[in-house]
Design a protein around this ligand. Structure first.
Ligand code: DNO
Length: 352
């Protein structure tokens, strides 16, 4: 297991030298941020990012994300040109020596929350999701500002997207995903890049838009679309774990045995009601997920890929990008590594 940390580039208030000082973190998860969705990422910009990270004594382990253009998710006629650009980007990434690419297939909105600065009992703040509140939100007013929401959409664009998605139900979205996956995976294979689809967050439909990567059956169906280790998963404990019916350690073991776990996001969530949760500290006792069991499952499959502490709370007065402060994520990284070490040593001793 390689401990990594997400970094949003030069504009990120968290700096590479700070990440370098977190014990056990060796890899960076990042992206080339200033290319419009759907365009090819030039090799030179990828290499520039890589050099910057390496100069700080770290490794560029994962690209998260190469976003998928809405026209591909909608299955519109222009998708082949966009898919061709995606393939070219994968080739360039492979040429730059990048081994893993994370992406998602959520219509319009990436991860969604109802509040960014909910104050927890200890005075820290966290992101929360309350279904009741989300139901009352109107995404078409253009006034909502939430992390993960592409603020570049204008009101008219959103209106149009919602109209276009009116004819895309879950099965149609599966068809469009299948078309995309079958088109890009051969290029990923050639480029030596393993793909990791991120589950939908939260794992249920929002604003009437379909969401399909939500549970074990869906992950299984997804993997069968193209049977190769290149077509793999980013198992995200916080996304899948928001539904108590999802058994995350079980998914790690099952899909790990099939060599389809290419990336892991570790985050704890505290389920507070039906389709409602708070993002908590990573510690098992802070949330609803048993993080030790998750690490045990990763040990069971001898997981050798990258993992990152996913969102953290804002603690110690830190301000910045919600979910992506330095301190709580750093605590998460150290905690996860601590369990990895302890469980590994215990097992090694047991085998002697
Ligand atoms: C949220 C992240 C997601 C993730 C994308 C992958 O913090 O986990 O935004 O990067 O869904 O494409």
């Amino acid at each position: 297991m390689q401990m990594t940390f997400r970094w949003y580039g030069d504009d990120d208030p968290v700096k590479l030298w700070q990440i370098r000082q977190i014990p056990g973190v060796t890899g960076i998860v990042s992206a080339v941020y200033d290319i419009p969705v759907g365009e090819e990422w030039p090799l030179e910009l990828i290499l520039e990012l890589k050099r910057k990270i390496e100069a700080a004594g770290l490794q560029l382990s994962v690209i998260e994300s190469v976003p998928v253009h809405e026209h591909i998710k909608l299955g519109l006629p222009g998708r082949d040109r966009l898919i061709e650009n995606y393939r070219r980007t994968l080739r360039n990434l492979g040429q730059a020596g990048i081994g893993i690419v994370c992406y998602n297939f959520m219509p319009v909105f990436d991860w969604t929350r109802s509040q960014l600065d909910y104050e927890l009992e200890d005075g820290s703040t966290a992101l929360i999701y309350e279904e009741e509140v989300v139901r009352r939100m109107n995404p078409l007013t253009g006034e909502l500002q939430l992390p993960g929401w592409d603020s570049s959409y204008r009101k008219e664009d959103l209106q149009l997207l919602f109209e276009q998605y009116a004819s895309v139900d879950e099965e149609k979205l599966w068809d469009n995903l299948s078309y995309f996956v079958k088109a890009i995976m051969p290029a990923a294979e050639e480029a030596g890049v393993r793909m990791a689809i991120h589950p939908d967050d939260p794992p249920w439909p929002i604003f009437g838009l379909p969401r399909i990567i939500t549970d074990e059956a869906a992950l299984d169906r997804f993997l069968r679309l193209y049977d190769s280790p290149v077509n793999g998963l980013c198992l995200c404990s916080g996304s899948l774990g928001a539904n108590p019916a999802n058994d995350f350690p079980d998914m790690v073991r099952r899909f790990g045995r099939e060599s389809r776990v290419n990336f892991v996001h570790a985050r704890n969530v505290k389920i507070t009601g039906e389709r409602s949760f708070e993002e908590s500290a990573h510690l098992s006792s802070a949330g609803s997920l048993d993080m030790a069991e998750i690490i045990r499952a990763l040990r069971d499959i001898d997981y050798a890929g990258p993992i990152r502490p996913d969102h953290g709370r804002m603690i110690w007065g830190e301000t910045g990008k919600p979910g992506y402060g330095l301190y709580d994520r750093a605590l998460g990284a150290v905690y996860l590594n601590g369990m990895w070490e302890a469980i590994g040593k215990e097992r090694a001793a047991g085998q002697q």
